[in-house]
Design a protein around this ligand. Structure first.
Ligand code: HEM
Length: 500
């Protein structure tokens, strides 16, 4: 090898990959080696620059929010905040942040600077003090699509008035005399012909929650409304949980269009009813009877209230019903006890006789199953508020317009409040005092306490009554259940049903 004075080329002998030892080849190889080294260097430099930039961005975002008096916590990335971590890690994100910063910390999730409150006492205080400037803080897309008169969008005396109007149509007397007979008739029909079939119970309970509300609202016209209304309603629901980008093709745009269609259909229905001069014994009938009803609502208010009723009871009632089916399937003892309660009711009745108010009141184990299902599945993780002015809370200064996430999920799994909290144990709720404890926030609390609580329980109880007295079921198996951010079965929950 002639390589005197050519030290570096000599080196090539050992490393040249193609075995071409001549000078030209080695020069080429050296160049490509240098080229590769340069590329690696540039790549590393690029990564370092990106890392430095990201870390500077994170730091800048933290400093931006390091105002005096704010609670501890991290704010993540500009604009996106910690939304990805929150959605990916779910409840663990909250638990980790609580371990680092305590039960009252700041974050930036779902597009807003947010204070997360996991402290039961404080949560109660926030829910009780709307008048001090702690109003509902639901996303703009939801408020836009549900209408400007919907309950979550109004405060103060307007809220009081709209809530009063709602309570007047879902009072215990209305449930007893008008709503329960409609719910019974609907659910009885909805659950017919399930024998020997594989049913997607998620789909069926969703349809049930929607159609049952529609029947309570529009009585006999509900049948002709249901098909077109249901497709529009599902689009509306999707729109309320999407980004508020009003461009053709977006879910928000479709939701908005669906709202317009629903408003048109309902306006037409109001006109037709006025023209007919008939008396209607349903929710619309009560809201339209201006002489008898002390709450005199405009058509716009009636329509927004009707949409609120369907919307608020839809996911809560359907998901609780589906999860009750799931837990009862997995806990035969609880199912046996529940069935005993419902068979005893059927024994007192003629075949096909509807259930009445007294039957409903006697369903104490059913009520316990519903509470235990809501607790264990955590159908509602928490509620949102926002500040209407700068305010002091828990010794910190919370700026105007910040969202407060009253996160109630962890209460449901507190072993001191609910011993053996991960076990499905409906019997714990037979101690009636549990329902009135101040940490019981499954239906919210304070001025916004769910007005549909008893109506929702009536619907789920009626569903369970007919379901367990008519059928047995087993899961087909393999269906995935997601618990966060919403409880749902992404591909449905399929059960094989046979007559009992
Ligand atoms: C198992 C069933 C249900 C659960 C778990 C549930 C849960 C809740 C919760 C946690 C809140 C408080 C929201 C907040 O503070 O921001 C609430 C409010 C509300 N719920 Fe329900 N709900 C159920 C059924 C229903 C039904 C059937 C209706 C139908 C009328 C309904 C109508 C409402 C309305 C209108 C509000 C807002 C009240 C206000 O802002 O004054 N809910 N619900």
């Amino acid at each position: 090898m002639e390589a005197q004075g050519e030290g570096p080329i000599y080196m090539c002998v050992y490393v040249h990959p193609c075995g071409d030892y001549n000078r030209k080849g080695c020069t080429f190889f050296l160049k490509s080696l240098l080229g590769s080294a340069m590329a690696v260097f540039m790549a590393i430099l690029g990564v370092v620059v990106v890392l430095c930039f990201c870390s500077a961005l994170l730091r800048w975002n933290e400093v931006r929010y390091r105002k005096k008096g704010l609670p501890p916590g991290t704010m993540g990335w500009p604009v996106f905040g910690e939304t990805t971590e929150f959605l990916k890690q779910g409840p663990n994100f909250m638990k980790n942040q609580r371990a680092r910063y305590g039960s009252f910390f700041k974050s930036h999730i779902l597009g807003c600077p947010t204070i997360v409150s996991m402290d039961p006492e404080l949560n109660r205080y926030i829910l009780m003090n709307e008048a001090k400037g702690l109003v509902p803080g639901y996303p703009q897309s939801m408020l836009d699509i549900l209408g400007k008169c919907n309950i979550a969008a109004v405060h103060g005396s307007t809220h009081k008035y709209m809530r009063g109007a709602l309570l007047s149509i879902i009072s215990p007397t209305s449930i007893r005399d008008q709503l329960l007979p409609k719910i019974d008739e609907f659910i009885r029909a909805h659950l017919s012909n399930w024998d020997n079939k594989v049913i997607n119970i998620q789909e069926k309970t969703k349809e049930m929650a929607f159609l049952s509300s529609l029947k309570q609202i529009a009585g006999r016209e509900s049948v002709s409304l249901s098909d077109s209304f249901m497709t529009e309603f599902f689009k509306l629901v999707l729109g309320t949980i999407s980004l508020p980008i009003n461009l053709p093709g977006t879910n928000y745009h479709r939701g908005f269009q669906a709202r317009k269609t629903m408003v048109n259909v309902l306006s037409k229905l109001l006109e037709e009813r006025r023209a007919s001069n008939e008396t209607y014994h349903d929710m619309l009938g009560c809201l339209m009877a201006r002489e008898e009803n002390r709450y005199k609502l405009s058509d716009e208010e009636i329509i927004d209230l009707v949409i609120t009723v369907i919307y608020s009871g839809y996911e809560t009632v359907s998901t609780t019903s589906m999860m009750a089916v799931k837990y009862l399937h997995d806990h035969p003892k609880a199912l046996e006890e529940l069935r005993k309660e419902h068979l005893a009711i059927r024994e007192r009745k003629k075949h096909d006789e509807p259930i009445d108010w007294n039957d409903l009141k006697s369903m104490s184990f059913t009520r316990a199953v519903i509470f235990e299902t809501s607790r264990l599945a955590t159908i509602v993780n928490g509620v949102l508020r926002k500040t209407t002015q700068d305010m002091e809370l828990n010794g910190y200064l919370i700026p105007k317009g910040w969202r407060i996430y009253v996160y109630t999920r962890e209460i449901n799994y507190d072993p001191f409040l609910y011993p053996d909290p991960l076990t499905f144990n409906p019997w714990r709720w037979l101690d009636k005092s549990l329902e009135s404890k101040n940490y019981f926030l499954i239906f919210g609390g304070g001025t916004r306490l769910c007005p549909g609580k008893e109506l929702g329980i009536t619907e789920i109880s009626t569903f369970l009554h007919y379901f367990v007295t008519r059928y047995r079921w087993e899961e087909v198996g393999g269906d995935k259940l997601m618990k966060f951010p919403r409880v749902q079965a992404p591909n449905g929950l399929h059960i094989r049903v046979t007559s009992y």
